[in-house]
Ligand binder design. Structure first.
Ligand code: PMP
Length: 426
């Protein structure tokens, strides 16, 4: 009854464009670590949210936030140690070439700023993205978010490339053909820009290809695409909004899996554990080159409270060994999800690493036809059984598992057992 009343109020206030999760939407009132609690006191295992990166309401982060909020909150036009302490600590997590940073409030703003920097510094207008991507909601960014284009459509300066579907390459096909196919796509995108008297300012992609359904991509494949764009005068912008801050295990950043250092890196979601904190890290000549042509000021971006929170997040990642833990628990999930795929023929493919997994559901393994409806049923079944996951991919047929980083072996076992039960009960 209470949920129905909230739904009614929401519909009349937020309208048609505000999405909600689940057939029976959740009314959450409290979070702690990897757990969420609803208004009836029922507990849910959070295996979906990457924003509460170090765990919901982590006491060290909450304490840092409260202490700084009770002392001073201004903006970056005054000197303040915490801003510099955070920036130093953040850039220390990157290769030496990536030494400067601008902070802002959302992944959208980070991508928009990176694109402005790339355009200003290269003098080029074009941008190359994948054909099923999401990078944010501003006009410039929604026009390149090919998976969720708005009424504005694809921007005139945007060209798309298709990321080869690693699961459907076909029997006996050499994975090297994926690199060839991608290279042809990038060449076509550059040629199409040239036809319109444009050159690429950048190639921009999510380094785990989360919206695309987490396809496996070899380091060579990615390196080749970046090289082509660089040869045509463009930069490489790595979107780390989803994979960043150690989620993939062993590495702090998703791009490190491919062995190519980006020119600009954008970050958001997990950076402030729920506090609006995002940013762009890049090479000094790019950040300064852009600064030489104008200024960048963001009223709320990187204020002392945001920086105190960001610093606390980095401290927890380090103190609790969360990157190594993501690898360790991720390997347990690899084995567990692999075992489930032996039992359930509906599971066509299991992809991922660390604490980011995609489980692709198919009608049957011969046709590999996407089982979109079953995926939806599993998502809702998991919610009814007290485990929260998501879905992704071009056909929305990939279960998305992306829990907060303190996710333990025990939590992973509960997820696996529940998934087993829900699939068996379909
Ligand atoms: N990039 C990626 C890869 C994302 O997943 C998102 C958000 N889902 C964004 C950018 C935009 O971030 P924000 O919602 O903070 O603007």
């Amino acid at each position: 009854m209470e949920a129905d009343a909230l739904l009614d109020r929401r519909r009349s206030l937020l309208g048609a464009a505000a999405p909600l999760f689940y057939q029976r939407p959740l009314h959450l009132v409290r979070g702690e670590g990897v757990w969420l609690f609803d208004a009836d006191g029922r507990r849910y295992l959070d295996a979906y949210n990457n924003v509460p990166h170090v765990g919901h309401c982590h006491p060290h982060v909450v304490d840092a936030l409260c202490r700084q909020a009770a002392t001073l909150n201004t903006h970056t036009r005054y000197l303040h140690e915490t801003i510099l302490d955070y920036d130093e600590r953040l850039v220390a997590n990157f290769e030496a070439a990536l030494s400067m940073v601008h902070l802002c409030c959302s992944g959208t703003e980070a991508n928009e700023l990176a694109l402005r920097i790339a355009r200003a510094c290269t003098g080029n207008a074009g941008v190359i993205v994948t054909d099923f991507a999401y990078h944010g909601n501003s006009k410039a960014i929604i026009e390149l978010s090919s998976a969720y284009l708005g009424p504005e459509g694809l921007g005139k300066t945007v060209r798309t490339i298709t990321i080869p579907d690693s699961y459907r390459l076909g029997p006996g096909v050499d994975p090297a053909t994926a690199a060839e196919a991608l290279a042809e796509g990038v060449a076509a995108a550059i040629a199409s820009l040239a036809d319109a008297q444009m050159k690429p300012a950048a190639i921009l992609f999510d380094t785990v290809f989360a919206t695309e359904g987490l396809p496996r991509l070899s380091p060579d494949c990615v390196a080749g695409a970046v090289e082509q764009v660089r040869a045509a005068g463009g930069l490489y912008i790595a979107d780390e909004v989803q994979p960043g801050f150690g989620r993939m295990g062993n590495h702090m950043w998703g791009y490190q899996h491919y062995d190519v250092v980006p020119d600009l890196v954008t970050m958001g979601k997990p950076m402030g554990n729920g506090h609006p904190l995002a940013g762009v890290v890049g090479r000094a000549e790019l950040i300064n080159g852009f600064g030489g042509r104008g200024m960048y000021f963001n009223t709320f971006g990187g204020n002392p409270v945001a920086c105190a929170v960001g610093l606390a997040v980095l401290e927890v990642i380090e103190q609790e060994g969360l990157v190594e833990k993501a690898h360790m628990v991720g390997e347990h999930l690899r084995v567990g999800l692999g075992a489930l795929s032996q039992q359930h023929t509906m599971i066509g493919d299991v992809r991922g690493r660390g604490l980011f997994w995609g489980v692709e559901m198919v009608e049957d393994r011969a046709s590999k036809a996407p089982a979109t409806q079953a995926t939806r049923a599993i998502l809702n079944g998991m919610r009814e059984h007290g485990v929260l996951i998501g879905t992704t991919g071009r056909d929305d047929s990939v279960l998305k598992i992306r829990p907060p980083m303190p996710f333990s072996i025990e939590n992973a076992d509960l997820l696996l057992a529940t998934l087993d039960e829900v699939i068996a009960g379909l």
